[in-house]
Ligand binder design. Structure first.
Ligand code: ATP
Ligand code: MG
Length: 459
C-alpha cells in the first residue's frame, strides 16, 4: 500500500538538474508501507532491550523505528550486529524517558540506553544539511559534508542515508516497514543501490565508497550499475578523509568475517591503493600471505573464534614493510637493523594514510621484528622467546610466511617450512627434549655468537 506522497526539499540533484538549480526543487517522496503480513521481520528476532526502547518511546508519544543495518540484516536473514533506533524525540527527551540513558557525542548527540552490557543507540531524525545555512556553507568545495548535525523529520532522515536497503524503517506502532526508496525490492534483487545521484553522494562523504564495497561483500550483493560506475574513479577522494575514520572503516572491512571478499572488491574497484601503501607491483609471496591471512581470519570468525586487529594488519602491511626491506637492502650490512628500520618506517609511512593507534602499531612491529629471532635455535634463546608476550602472534605469523611460500612458485621454501615445523615441535615437547633440540650441533663447541650477516635475499 502506498501512503500519501510527501514533499520535502530534495538536497540531491537529479540527473537532469542544471548546476545550482536543484536546491529550489522539491522531491516527491513516496514511501511505501509494507504491512506486517507482507514482510518476514518478527519481534522475536529483535533484541528484547531494543523492543523495550521502541515501546518506551511510543508510550511517551514519540515515533520510534528500527532502522539501518538491523532491519536490512533481518530481511536478508543475517543476525544483526546491533539494533539502531531512530525517533522524532530530541536527545534530551529520550533521556527523560529512560533512567538508564546517557547522551554522547558532541558533533551529533546520540542517546545510549544501557541494559547491562547491551547498549541501544537512539538517534533523533537528522536532516542532510543545516537548514539555516545554504548547502554551500555546510559543505566544503569538494562537496564533502562537514556539518551533519541538524535534526529533521523521518523523510529527511531517510534522504540522508546511503543505500536504499539502509533506509527501511520498522515502525513499532503497527510492525510495518516503511520503504522510502525501493529498498525492499533491492533486497529481493540482492543489490546495493545509492539513494540520489551516486557521484554526488560519494563526493559528500567518500567513506561511502568503502561502505559500498563492505556491504556488498558482507551481504553478498551486487552493486547496481549506476552505483558502481563512479567508484574506481572517485577513489582519490579517500585521501581527504580523516585518517582516524579511515582506520575505523578499514577495521570493519577486514574484521567482519568477509575480509577476503572485501579485499577482492577493493582490488576490483582500485581502492586498495588509497588504504594501503603497497608498492605498485606486490611481490607474489607477500600477496599470498595477505590472502591467506584474510581467509584464515574469516574462517576463525566462522568457527566462533576471535581475531586480533594487529594480526590482520601485520599481514596487510607486510608488503609495505618488505618493499622497504628490498629498497634499503643495499644500504645496510646488519640485517636485523634493516628489518627493524623497515618495520618502523612501514608504520610511520602508512600512518600518513591511516591513523593506526599505538596499541595496534606496537604489536604489529613486535610480530615483524620477532621473525628474525626464530632463526636462533641454539642455547637459551629459544626458551626465552617462548615466554615472550608476543610469541603466539609471531609464531602464527611465521606459519603464515611458510604457507605463503609453499603456495608460491618459489621453490626455496624448504628453510622456512622446516623452521616453522621446528618451532611447532619445540612448543609441544618436554623439557628434556627441548634441551636436545637447542644443543649446539657439535658437542665441543659452545653456542657461537652470531656474526652480523649481510642481508640475505628477502622473501
Ligand atoms: P553494519 O552495522 O553491518 O556495519 P550499517 O549499515 O548498520 O552496517 P552503520 O555504520 O551501523 O552501518 O550505520 C547505520 C546506518 O546509518 C546505515 O544503515 C545508514 O542508513 C546510515 N549511515 C551510516 N553511515 C552512513 C554514511 N556514511 N552516509 C549515509 N548514511 C550512513
Ligand atoms: Mg549498524
Amino acid at each position: 500500500m502506498r501512503i500519501s506522497a510527501l514533499t520535502v526539499l530534495n538536497p540531491y540533484p537529479l540527473l537532469d538538474d542544471k548546476p545550482g538549480q536543484h536546491q529550489s526543487r522539491t522531491l516527491q517522496l513516496q514511501p511505501v508501507r509494507i504491512a506486517r503480513d507482507e514482510h518476514p521481520v518478527s519481534r522475536a528476532q529483535i533484541s528484547k532491550n531494543a523492543l523495550t526502547v521502541l515501546y518506551g518511546l511510543k508510550k511517551a508519544g514519540y515515533q520510534a523505528c528500527l532502522v539501518g543495518g538491523g532491519v536490512r540484516d533481518l530481511l536478508v536473514d543475517i543476525k544483526p550486529k546491533d539494533f539502531d533506533i531512530a525517533t522524532d524525540a530530541l536527545p534530551e527527551e529520550v533521556r527523560k524517558v529512560f533512567r538508564n540513558c546517557r547522551l554522547i557525542g558532541r558533533r551529533f548527540r546520540l542517546a545510549h540506553v544501557h541494559f547491562g552490557r547491551e547498549i541501544i543507540e537512539v538517534a533523533t531524525y537528522r536532516a542532510a544539511h543545516d537548514k539555516a545555512e545554504t548547502s554551500d556553507q555546510a559543505s566544503t568545495k569538494d562537496a564533502q559534508i562537514v556539518r551533519d548535525n541538524v535534526f529533521g523529520n523521518r523523510d529527511e532522515d531517510a534522504l540522508r542515508r546511503d543505500f536504499s536497503i539502509n533506509a527501511l524503517y520498522y515502525d513499532i506502532t503497527d510492525f510495518s516497514i516503511i520503504d522510502y526508496f525501493g529498498g525492499f525490492e533491492d533486497i529481493a534483487k540482492r543489490q546495493l543501490r545509492m539513494i540520489g545521484t551516486p557521484d554526488q553522494r560519494y563526493r559528500e562523504d567518500p567513506v561511502r565508497l568503502l561502505r559500498a564495497v563492505r556491504l556488498a561483500a558482507k551481504l553478498d550483493f551486487s552493486i547496481e550499475k549506476a552505483t558502481a560506475e563512479p567508484i574506481s574513479q572517485l577513489g582519490p577522494l579517500l585521501d581527504n578523509v580523516p585518517r582516524a575514520r579511515l582506520f575505523e572503516e578499514m577495521l570493519k572491512l577486514f574484521q567482519s568475517g568477509h575480509a577476503q571478499r572485501s579485499y577482492e572488491m577493493l582490488q576490483q574497484y582500485d581502492l586498495t591503493q588509497h588504504l594501503l601503501l603497497w608498492p605498485v607491483e606486490v611481490n607474489p609471496v607477500d600477496q599470498n600471505l595477505v590472502e591467506l591471512a584474510l581467509q584464515d581470519s574469516d574462517q576463525r570468525l566462522r568457527d566462533g573464534k576471535k581475531i586480533a586487529p594487529f594480526f590482520t594488519l601485520a599481514a596487510l602491511l607486510w608488503p609495505v614493510r618488505q618493499s622497504i626491506v628490498r629498497q634499503e637492502m643495499a644500504n645496510h650490512d646488519d640485517i636485523h637493523a634493516l628489518h627493524s628500520l623497515a618495520s618502523h618506517r612501514a608504520i610511520a609511512d602508512q600512518n600518513h594514510l591511516l591513523a593506526i593507534p599505538k596499541r595496534i602499531a606496537q604489536p604489529i612491529q613486535e610480530v615483524w621484528n620477532l621473525q628474525d629471532r626464530f632463526e636462533r635455535r641454539v642455547g637459551k634463546k629459544p626458551v626465552k622467546l617462548l615466554h615472550h608476550p608476543r610469541f603466539r602472534g609471531a609464531y602464527d605469523f611465521l606459519l603464515l610466511r611458510a604457507r605463503a611460500r609453499q603456495n608460491s612458485d618459489q621453490n626455496d621454501n624448504q628453510d622456512l617450512t622446516e623452521l616453522a615445523q621446528w618451532w611447532t615441535d619445540f612448543q609441544h615437547t618436554d623439557e628434556t627434549h627441548r634441551d636436545t633440540m637447542t644443543r649446539p650441533k657439535s658437542s665441543h663447541s659452545k653456542p657461537r655468537r652470531r656474526r652480523t650477516r649481510r642481508p640475505a635475499k628477502p622473501e
